[in-house]
Design a binder for this molecule. Structure first.
Ligand code: ATP
Ligand code: MG
Length: 443
């Protein structure tokens, strides 16, 4: 096990002072899988005030004293140390009513969620694996510690954590645990929207996201009721080979693991059941579904209390996922000016993901979408001027030609269109002359 020097130092000092100290949880799990842990949690038999005394010479922050956690700053790095503890009853299905400290590591690991997360390791004392977590890791299995119904009843966020780990680690969920999380899905309403969203975001970017979305569809319908009508919904369209939810899952699988794009794909067609119509031949259509889906996604993202930037990105990708791109320099320039390089690229990636998830023949256009992405990159590199901010003239320059009026904005917009279309060069002298002409003609 590869443990950084500063962590070894902290473990050693606690042991020197007569306490037990282990690394525990995610860092042990990741190490056993051969992955690099992103942080190390330390658990100890020392009470919080004892830990503070051991590190009296260092800066110690009482991060969560009530839960037994103190943070020691060592060599500029914060290191969390938590006292062995037992969680009391969970009356609200979210937090234990009280925590009690204990000197027994066995009691501490029993409060943890899954066997793979209940392993502790100490360089001095070795592996402490009371629930055969290492064997479950080896077999790729997520299993609750103790009775799953009881554990999900205590804290329903564990339902989302199980699905998230399944997606990110590519592990299966053991049968009794899987049955129980399905049975207890309604408990998810007790959990805060922000915490669910954090898990959902990680889950969507996991390598096994598609399989988890498929296998646990009803859980996703529980946290996002707008998905429920999509499950099993036949599209009756020659463009589609799959029912709506399966199409959605495939679209998620077919785009890069970026939260914004993946959320957009998850929601891109949720407006379809609400916009459905049929023609004489019996073929179904969904006119205006992109706009409707964007509207619903806006509400969902507000419920999840995401950042404005994330909400706007997701909704913009959805709103524009249905337009037909043209492989011309003029079209691409206009779109780059409208969306910016990054969003335009995301919209095109959404086209690729969407068309890879429909009927076989819709895949024919994908090389064209890729070519558009390539052209857009080349254009933005060659000439990044694509908003009025980047024009070689500004409002002040135009004010030399006319007094302040709404016409200044109009003139700048006119100049930008010309530059975007390649009619004017983005140079001050050229643009000033064009501005003069524009203001004259239009008078
Ligand atoms: P990662 O940090 O990679 O997301 P992790 O397993 O380390 O995964 P953390 O949230 O950092 O997750 O939690 C650290 C440890 O605390 C877990 O490994 C687990 O032992 C325990 N734990 C965290 N959340 C819960 C929970 N909701 N219920 C029970 N135990 C939990
Ligand atoms: Mg962790």
């Amino acid at each position: 096990m590869q443990i950084p020097q500063n962590i070894l130092y902290i473990l050693d000092r606690l042991e020197q002072a007569g306490y037990e100290a282990y690394i525990v949880g995610g860092c042990v799990r990741d190490s056993l899988m051969g992955a690099q842990p992103h942080d190390f949690d330390i658990t100890t038999s020392a009470l919080p005030e004892e830990t503070e005394r051991v590190f009296a010479d260092l800066r110690v922050i009482e991060t969560g004293l009530k839960h037994g956690t103190v943070t020691v700053l060592y060599e500029g790095e914060p290191i969390e140390i938590t006292t062995y503890r037992i969680d009391g009853e969970y009356a609200d299905g979210r937090h234990p009513d009280e925590v009690r400290f204990t000197r027994s590591l066995a009691e501490d690991v029993a409060r943890r969620d899954f066997t793979m997360n209940g392993i502790a390791y100490s360089p001095k004392r070795g592996l402490f694996d009371h629930f055969d977590g290492a064997e479950d890791i080896r077999r790729g299995i997520i299993r609750c510690i103790g009775d799953p119904d009881k554990r999900f009843g205590e804290d329903a966020l564990r339902i989302m954590r199980a699905l998230r780990f399944s997606s990110v680690l590519g592990f299966g969920i053991e049968q009794a645990t899987a049955d129980s999380l399905r049975r207890n899905k309604a408990l998810l309403h007790r959990v805060s929207a922000e915490r669910i969203f954090t898990e959902l975001s990680k889950l969507l970017c996991g390598r096994n996201a598609g399989a988890v979305l498929r296998e646990y569809a009803e859980i996703f319908a529980e946290i996002i009721p707008e998905l429920a009508p999509c499950i099993g919904y036949e599209q009756h369209s020659r463009y589609h080979a799959y029912p709506l939810y399966e199409h959605t899952v495939r679209a998620v699988e077919n785009c890069p693991p970026d939260v914004g794009i993946r959320l957009a794909m998850l929601f891109h067609d949720i407006g379809k059941p609400l916009t459905q119509s049929a023609d004489e031949s019996g073929e179904w259509h969904f006119y205006g579904h992109a706009e409707k889906s964007a509207e619903l996604a806006e509400e969902i993202m507000r419920r999840f209390k995401t950042s404005n930037a994330m909400r706007e990105k997701v909704c913009a990708i959805i709103r524009y996922h249905g337009f037909v791109p043209e492989k011309t320099e003029r079209f691409i320039r206009r779109r780059l000016a409208k969306h910016g390089a990054e969003l335009f690229r995301d919209i095109m990636l959404a086209h690729i993901a969407d068309d890879s998830a429909k009927a076989e023949f819709t895949k024919e256009r994908i090389p064209e979408w890729r070519e558009i992405i390539r052209m857009a990159e080349e254009i933005s590199q060659r000439q990044p001027c694509l908003s009025t901010k980047e024009l070689a003239v500004g409002g002040r320059d135009i004010m030399q030609l006319i007094p302040a009026s709404p016409r200044i904005g109009e003139t700048l917009k006119y100049l930008l269109d010309g530059v975007v279309d390649g009619r004017f060069e983005n140079r001050r002298d050229v643009l000033m002359k064009q501005a003069e002409l524009f203001l004259k003609i239009d008078k």
